[in-house]
Design a binder for this molecule. Structure first.
Ligand code: NAD
Ligand code: FES
Length: 285
């Protein structure tokens, strides 16, 4: 059992939980995630370790409440417990050891970019972050990223920072100076747009993929993605990959397959619906 130490609402549907997990807080590396299991009949939810405090023995999980299980998770209060947290899982982020990195976070993906920026900063790499949200109230992790380097905030409606998508600001930064590597995490169309910017410039670009995960062990095949000509599993081979090799169209198609399950699960919260039981085997996070 892992006790919730702190709960903090970051935006209208994004919550940060700091959870007691001493061993994980010491060994986690940027890019790694855990799979959270609330209890019997609950979905298994993959969540990046957004931050960690080894002295306090806590890890930070950032959850977007989009389905029944994630809503149950964000309802937890300090003192409540999570039954199972498996991990750290996945491969650590491929880091450069010097130079200038551009870290791009879209919406809740900004929480995934944070540990990458932390790791780069610790190595002495110059970090510039571009983070985007639909409007001011949806901006997350600005303060934390400002401790690690320059931050450009973008909002779709211009209510805070500069108006426009993260790709608008990223395009200017890429054109203005020497960027050695780009890390991009957020909605799939955003990551696809970023790699379309960096490909002609030849700038190595790493993206974090979020296909549906079930077991997190490479056994179920739920998280398969195509990288170049190869099938890979995001849980054991990723979750980060060379963005220039990712088949984003296939990933979007596979994610869309589960939208109907998600919709039905949200509308059938009494637990009697056959579709909800089917969706209970799926991750909606
Ligand atoms: P959102 O839809 O509000 O978008 C956030 C920002 O991304 C926008 O403000 C914009 O700057 C940028 N963006 C979005 N679409 C773009 C496009 N077509 N071109 C350029 N930039 C674009 O984001 P949200 O609702 O916070 O994010 C939810 C999505 O992120 C979900 O689909 C979720 O699955 C995904 N997600 C991905 C990861 C990951 O590891 N890749 C992690 C968490 C969440
Ligand atoms: Fe089952 Fe990756 S989650 S293979």
């Amino acid at each position: 059992m892992h006790k919730v130490i702190k709960s903090q609402q970051l935006s209208p549907n994004v919550t940060r939980l700091d959870v007691h997990a001493p061993r994980k807080s010491k060994i986690r590396q940027p890019g790694q995630f855990v799979i959270v299991h609330m209890g019997k009949n609950s979905e298994r939810i993959p969540l990046t370790i957004a931050d960690a405090d080894p002295e306090a023995g806590t890890i930070a999980l950032v959850i977007q409440a989009v389905g029944k299980s994630t809503r149950d998770l964000v309802a937890l209060q300090p003192g409540d417990s999570i039954r199972g947290i498996a991990g750290p899982l996945g491969n650590p982020t491929e880091m450069i050891e010097s130079g200038h990195a551009l870290c791009i976070g879209g919406g809740v993906g900004t929480a995934v970019v944070h540990p990458i920026a932390q790791g780069l900063h610790q190595r002495g790499v110059k970090v510039t972050s571009v983070i985007g949200a639909r409007s001011k109230e949806w901006v997350i992790f600005e303060k934390e990223l400002k401790r690690l380097g320059d931050v450009v905030v973008c909002t779709d409606d211009g209510s805070y920072g500069r108006k426009g998508f993260v790709t608008d600001a990223a395009k200017e930064i890429l054109a203005a100076g020497k960027i050695d590597i780009v890390y991009a995490v957020g909605p799939v169309p955003m990551m696809r747009a970023v790699v379309n910017l960096t490909r002609p410039l030849g700038v190595h670009t790493i993206v974090s993929l979020n296909p549906v995960m079930i077991d997190g062990t490479g056994m179920c095949g739920g998280c398969r993605v195509t990288i170049g000509s190869e099938t890979r599993f995001a849980c054991v081979d990723g979750p980060e990959f060379d963005g220039h090799k990712v088949n984003f169209e296939e990933l979007l198609d596979r994610l869309a397959t589960y939208h109907e399950f998600e919709r039905r699960a949200n509308g059938c919260a009494d637990g009697h619906c056959r579709m909800e039981k089917a969706a209970g085997k799926l991750v909606v996070a």
